[in-house]
Design a protein around this ligand. Structure first.
Ligand SMILES: N[C@@H](CCC(=O)N[C@@H](CS)C(=O)NCC(=O)O)C(=O)O
Length: 216
């Protein structure tokens, strides 16, 4: 199998890449990195990602890291496979790119901090910092106010069809919907319907099933 994803099935960035590969119907090998043992901070992993973060990705002799860049590669290289995740039309693609940037620059910071406090820290036996949670819920709500207006006009963030712009939200969304932060999503009806729609995608459900079958 030519495609390999190195990481932990619990990692939001790794799950983002799995979601993309599943949408494309591609086969891949999952190479588990034991993060609790610090394998991501040592060789041979550092040769794949010198920043010591998962995922690392290989497609034959092509080696990549940074989940969003990996997904753009997959969407372009395998454009003719599975579900389309990008647009050929430059004007339509510009809108998809815009919302991919919004996810990375605006949504991800509060969503990832909340995921860390409410999911990852408890999984690692650490205590949640409630002050951070309260502060980041306010930040997330402000971002979702903008999403609510967008999704009142457009079925998906990037346009009429599901794209990478939506997909990139799935891991944090999936984790947070199972926490008190669900109330923040639910306060935005169009956002809430969009979440239910994209979380139900078979490609995403396969990612969840894979995580649930793995040890930390
Ligand atoms: N921007 C990177 C973020 C990667 C990242 O933060 N990975 C986390 C797991 S979700 C990690 O490896 N954390 C361990 C560390 O930073 O030491 C991407 O999207 O790939």
């Amino acid at each position: 199998m030519a495609i390999k994803v190195h990481g932990s099935a619990f990692s939001i960035a790794v799950m983002r890449v799995f979601a993309c590969l599943n949408e494309k119907g591609l086969e891949y090998e999952f190479v588990r990195v034991d993060m609790r043992a610090g394998e991501h901070t040592k060789e041979p992993f550092l040769s794949l990602n010198p920043f010591g973060q998962v995922p690392a990705f290989e497609d034959g002799d092509l080696k990549l890291f940074e989940s969003r860049a990996v997904n753009q590669y997959i969407a372009h290289a395998y454009a003719d496979k599975g579900n389309p995740l990008i647009c050929q039309d430059p004007r339509k693609m510009a809108i998809v790119s815009l919302w991919m940037e919004v996810e990375a620059q605006k949504y991800d910071a509060p969503a990832a901090k909340l995921t860390r406090e409410l999911i990852i820290k408890p999984l690692l036996g650490m205590s949640t910092d409630d002050a951070i949670v309260e502060e980041q819920e306010v930040q997330l709500a402000k971002v979702l106010d903008v999403y609510e207006a967008r999704l009142a006009q457009s079925k998906y963030l990037g346009g009429d069809s599901f794209s990478l712009a939506d997909l990139h939200h799935l891991p944090t969304m999936n984790y947070l919907i199972g926490t008190r932060v669900k109330a923040v999503f639910d306060a935005h009806p169009h956002v809430s319907s969009w979440c239910a729609d994209i979380l139900a995608r078979p490609a995403w459900q396969k990612v969840v099933a894979m995580k649930n079958n793995q040890r930390l």
